[in-house]
Design a protein around this ligand. Structure first.
Ligand SMILES: [Zn+2]
Length: 429
């Protein structure tokens, strides 16, 4: 990782950018900038130079860490996620510098070395260097198109609250024949708590859970309804029919814009292969909730805690521990960043991008938002959904790479044209 960071540092410096490596407790972060304008807006681009592990080597047709050019694509781990897309950003900047000798706007680049691990060092980094990262718009280049012919702009991602819920009872696991009649069973208590979390319509039963949920707008409804939904493809892949998990909403609406609650794991007591008739001493579950604007993780945790306390039966104790907590984010659909990226992507790909919301959680967006108070953040990228990110035989087509270079250049010109600089913008010469 250090070697990769050093290489990247050398590359951006040779392009003429001011750049530095920031050591962290984990992998280095690279920050580079070219902010020569006194009266131009600033674009901050985030991407990452670390990659997912290669997985099972026998499933790769080429070596994951020896890039091969094949059928118009480059095959390698990180080809698209995110080294290839990061490199297209650099080439876009380099091209403009080569032609014009300068950039039309101020540009800052933030390259993470730990994205695939959940960016553990970014929290401290963004808090320490919030001023340095200030910008008018942020473009996170780390996603793929919605469909090959549909470049996408993600203007929202869900927040996250995951909680470990532990229910304990007797001091040790005990014989269910001897004690089954007079000692409360933590596994049963846990099962009752979990079963009560949702009703039959898929509504989350925690009192007050939906109070801060922002409604899906009519424009979003119309847009989401026009998106392709590959029901058969999902069924073929997973062997089960996709069904909207909340009554009154479509599957896409549930994924993109409604809060969800999932039991991610359950543990405790006897396991298959070792059946033993016990009342377990302790059982637990990991429960996560994907939150939407304007839900706040701390507030939802309090509601969850109230729910759990209301369900505790005598003879068991409950322990709750927040495992992770992230704020949801949403950028208005008519914000400068959405419009700028919209024009740039249409120019580069010849298709108008779709406006979509992520059902996942972008840690970096909530950190940047918190540290810099920048509201205008979107995520985009140029790879195809079939490019195999995180899978064997990951690849990135040269054509998408080329268009990503054009999109980067177009983003800078569109920003110069459309957005006035923020008054508070600091100038680094
Ligand atoms: Zn990525």
């Amino acid at each position: 990782m250090h070697k990769a960071a050093e290489w990247l540092l050398g590359y951006v410096r040779q392009m003429g950018l001011n750049a530095r490596i920031y050591e962290t407790a984990g992998n280095p972060i690279i920050f580079a900038e070219l902010c020569r304008h006194k009266n131009a807006p600033t674009l901050l681009i985030y991407s990452h130079y670390d990659v997912a592990p290669p997985g099972r080597m026998e499933e790769w047709k080429t070596l994951p860490f020896s890039p091969v050019r094949l059928n118009g694509s480059v095959y390698a781990r990180g080809a698209v996620d995110d080294k290839g897309q990061l490199f297209a950003v650099l080439q876009g900047i380099k091209s403009v510098l080569a032609v014009e000798g300068k950039l039309p706007v101020n540009v800052k680049l933030l390259f993470d070395g730990e994205e695939e691990m959940g960016s553990p060092s970014m929290d401290a980094f963004t808090r320490k260097y919030g001023d340095m990262l200030s910008a008018d718009i942020v473009v996170v280049v780390d996603i793929l198109k919605y469909r090959n012919d549909m470049p996408a702009i993600y203007y929202s991602s869900k927040g996250l609250l995951s909680v470990i819920l532990e229910v304990s009872g007797p001091a040790m696991s005990i014989h269910s024949g001897i004690y089954g009649g007079d000692i409360a069973n933590p596994a049963e208590a846990l099962a009752r708590m979990l079963a009560g979390l949702k009703d039959r319509d898929g509504k989350i039963s925690i009192s007050g859970f939906y109070n801060s949920v922002r409604d899906i707008t009519p424009e979003e409804r119309a847009d989401f309804a026009s998106l392709p939904f590959d029901r058969d493809g999902i069924k073929a892949l997973l062997g089960v029919e996709p069904i909207a998990q909340e009554k009154g909403y479509t599957p896409i609406e549930c994924v993109m814009a409604r809060p969800t609650l999932s039991i991610n794991g359950l543990w405790g007591g006897a396991l298959p292969g070792a059946p033993i008739m016990i009342i377990p001493s302790t059982t637990g579950a990991l429960v996560s909730m994907r939150l939407v604007p304007d839900q706040r993780p701390e507030e939802v945790f309090r509601l969850f805690e109230d729910y759990v306390n209301s369900m505790v039966t005598s003879g068991v104790r409950v322990k709750l521990q927040v495992e992770s907590s992230r704020e949801p984010f949403i950028t208005p659909r008519d914000s400068p960043a959405v419009r700028i990226a919209g024009h740039a992507l249409e120019y580069a790909f010849g298709h108008r991008p779709v406006l979509v919301r992520s059902g996942g959680t972008s840690g970096i967006v909530s950190l940047l938002k918190k540290a810099t108070s920048i509201q205008d953040i979107i995520a985009t990228g140029w790879g195809d959904p079939g490019d195999g990110e995180h899978a064997p035989n990951e690849h990135f087509s040269i054509e998408n790479y080329r268009r990503g270079i054009i999109a980067t250049a177009a983003t800078m010109y569109e920003l110069a044209r459309m957005k006035k600089p923020a008054k508070s913008e600091r100038i680094v010469v």
